[in-house]
Design a protein around this ligand. Structure first.
Ligand code: SF4
Length: 224
């Protein structure tokens, strides 16, 4: 989601009509060269500030400080690519898909926002991710189309505390067509590749962490 305050109507999951599928197919046909051209312009960006911020996170003495430095690193990465992304004020598609969050990060969000943390959540671990792939896919599908519990009238109600994943989800296409939700849809969105950053985050916060969708950690969202 873009950094601006978001005001958007709730998104709908579209039917898989031939017309919708045709539009997606046409878009996907020319996608790769367009996105590669954008990525080329990004390849010259100095990544050392981001690496330094991740180092600061690794050296921080508390989980809250580690998360704070990781957020700064994620924001640096996001800011460098945002001008090339499709993400615009008024869009909240990515608040209707799965957002995986570690227990450490969920605890920090709970402390910062006062939202009630469901401590019984945390059904996945980074170790043995392969064996859990079916369960993870099921959880991802369950979240698909369901508004994040922190989404209020189209706005993120915990914007400054939003998860690392929310900071880094950038659609590198030219508009939101591929972000639009389609029933039983597999995603074709050309998201910015942030794998390195996610691996660094897992390493800094501890690979032993359990993970879950944000909706499971915070089923009630923010107190009214
Ligand atoms: S925390 Fe929820 S509402 Fe906020 S940006 Fe992430 S998905 Fe959207």
């Amino acid at each position: 989601m873009r950094r601006d305050t978001i005001q958007a109507p709730a998104v709908e999951v579209q039917r898989r009509t031939p017309e919708v599928l045709r539009r997606i197919e046409e878009r996907c046909a020319g996608l790769l060269p367009r996105v590669e051209a954008k990525m080329k312009t990004l390849s010259g960006r100095d990544r050392r500030p981001e690496a330094r911020l991740v180092d600061q996170a690794a050296q921080a003495g508390t989980v809250a400080k580690r998360v704070m430095w990781l957020r700064k690193a994620a924001d640096y990465l996001q800011e460098g690519a945002a001008h090339l992304a499709a993400c615009r004020k008024g869009c909240s598609h990515c608040c209707h898909i799965s957002v995986m969050v570690s227990r450490a990060e969920a605890q920090v969000i709970a402390r910062e926002t006062g939202a009630h943390l469901n401590t019984a959540a945390g059904q996945f671990t980074m170790q043995g991710f392969e064996e859990q792939s079916e369960t993870i896919r099921a959880a991802t599908l369950q979240a698909y189309g369901a508004a994040c519990t922190f989404l209020r009238e189209g706005s993120c109600s915990i914007y400054s505390s939003r998860p690392l994943q929310c900071r880094l989800l950038l659609n590198m296409d030219d508009d939101d067509l591929l972000c639009q939700l389609i029933e039983n849809g597999d995603s074709n969105v050309p998201y910015l590749n942030t794998t390195e950053h996610h691996i660094a985050s897992v390493t800094v916060l501890g690979a032993h962490q359990d993970y879950d969708d944000l909706r499971n950690w915070f089923p009630k969202g923010m107190p009214a």
